[in-house]
Write a protein that binds this ligand. Structure first.
Ligand SMILES: *Cc1c(COP(=O)(O)O)cnc(C)c1O
Length: 421
């Protein structure tokens, strides 16, 4: 870590990896298999980070590795169309009925940034509505009240984002349709898009209240704005068709990332053909990428989606996650600790909070000191949670009941120890 800090800012290539919020030093990972991470000091951990979402099949899944290896043998990048890209696009469309056309990019950040440009281009308007605590990648106009990394480091936005850029971004409380309607009335014909995490993961897991998603879609429609569902985390995670399938809604534009690349860098945005056809070269709105649709990344993503289709693991993943959440809740009760264990599908967060969390303000009432101590005690016991109170943990293919029960036992010991210190 010292050597890393000499040469890489904070020693990491993405801030939350540095453990600033929880204390201690991050293990350096050497390899991973299934739900296990192995570090450079020879220790192993049950992994609930899953590379922050993508690794739903577990690490080094043999079929995905085969797909990557065989793609690499045919050349690593052409900058020209391939059949693989068409196959992945068709697969995405078959999972997401709201997506008629889709474009591949290299990250979730690129997907949301491009979707915003598209919405602004289509509507000829500038204002963007987002929700406090939702994170949509690190592009300038979206770094406002943006959850996880910023929440963890206590930053409101970021220096280097000119006030003029965020002047057009309005951040509103999550789960509050009245405030959204008021904002629409105030900005009426200036609003290009409303972007949201349909199930929030980047302030910790927060479900939408009944009717919230429908309300967002209805109000956007009424005021001529494009609703953008950022399913970078929830897509292929909550169900094959993401939060839209789970809540039976359809968004005009959807952003994808994480699982869609099967552990390699891919993002995607797609939706109604009439909107997508505004993109160059079909239309006049520009977006491009030298490595977009990279054959190795696309092969990993395609294989991952094929396996999800074949195995349909969602009911099992949810059952395992419920078991884990119940165990954590009981362990907290036994130790007299106020813990809100919130989950949706295979995403979960244990908030050290006396009250349920339904938005950014209630998430902020969590005791991050207690979380940090819990995190470190679990790490000592070989359990690797996301190193922030405001993140989702993920259960995947290779977490068994036995692994879940080991985790619960570790949590029970950690919470009991915390109670006595
Ligand atoms: C992770 C994430 C992003 C950003 O994706 P990157 O690949 O890290 O750029 C955007 N939106 C949501 C909801 C995410 O969880």
């Amino acid at each position: 870590m010292e050597r890393a800090r000499e040469i890489i800012p904070g020693g990491v290539n993405s801030p939350v990896r540095a453990f600033q919020a929880v204390g201690g030093h991050p293990p350096f990972i050497q390899s991973a298999k299934g739900c296990w991470l192995h570090d450079a000091d020879g220790r192993r951990y049950i992994d609930y980070v899953g590379s922050w979402g993508p690794m739903i099949l577990g690490h080094a899944h043999p079929e995905v590795i085969d797909a990557i290896q065989s793609a690499a043998g045919s050349g690593t990048s052409f900058g020209a169309p391939t059949e693989l890209e068409v196959l992945l696009a068709e697969k995405i469309r078959s999972f997401f009925p709201s997506i008629e056309k889709v474009r591949l990019v290299n990250s979730g950040t690129e997907a949301t940034m491009s979707a915003l440009r598209l919405a602004r281009g289509c509507t000829g308007r500038s204002v963007i509505f987002k929700f406090d605590g939702c994170y949509h990648g690190h592009s300038d106009s979206l770094l406002v009240q943006a959850g996880s990394g910023l929440l963890t480091l206590g930053l409101a936005g970021s220096p280097g984002v000119p006030p003029d850029f965020v002047r057009h971004t309005v951040s509103l409380p999550f789960n509050d349709l009245c405030r959204l309607e008021e904002a629409f009335e105030k900005y009426s014909d200036q609003v290009a898009a409303v972007i949201l995490e349909p199930v929030a993961g980047n302030m910790g897991v927060v479900r939408p209240k009944d009717g919230f998603l429908e309300g967002v879609l209805r109000l956007s429609d009424r005021f001529g704005a494009v609703a953008i569902f950022d399913e970078v985390m929830t897509g292929f995670r909550l169900a094959k068709g993401g939060a839209q399938e789970l809540y039976s809604v359809q968004a005009p534009l959807t952003c994808l990332g994480k699982i869609v690349g099967g552990g390699l860098p891919i993002g995607a945005y797609g939706g109604k053909a009439e909107i997508m056809d505004r993109m160059a070269p079909e239309g006049d709105i520009y977006q491009a990428g030298t490595l977009s649709g990279n054959p190795i990344a696309v092969s990993a993503g395609l294989k991952t989606l094929e396996i999800l289709q074949r195995e349909n693991p969602y009911a099992r993943l949810e059952r395992l996650t419920r078991r884990l959440c119940r165990g954590l809740k009981e362990a907290a009760e036994a130790a007299g600790t106020a813990l809100q264990v919130q989950s949706c599908g295979s995403m979960f967060t244990a908030f050290f909070n006396p009250q349920p969390v339904h938005d950014y303000d209630s998430a902020q009432k969590s005791d991050t000191g207690l979380f940090g101590a819990f995190f470190r005690k679990l790490l000592q016991r070989g359990v690797y949670l996301p190193p922030s109170q405001f993140e989702a943990g993920f259960v995947g293919f290779s977490h068994s009941e036995e692994i879940i029960d080991q985790t619960i036992e570790a949590a029970r010991q950690a919470l009991a120890e915390q109670q006595t210190t």
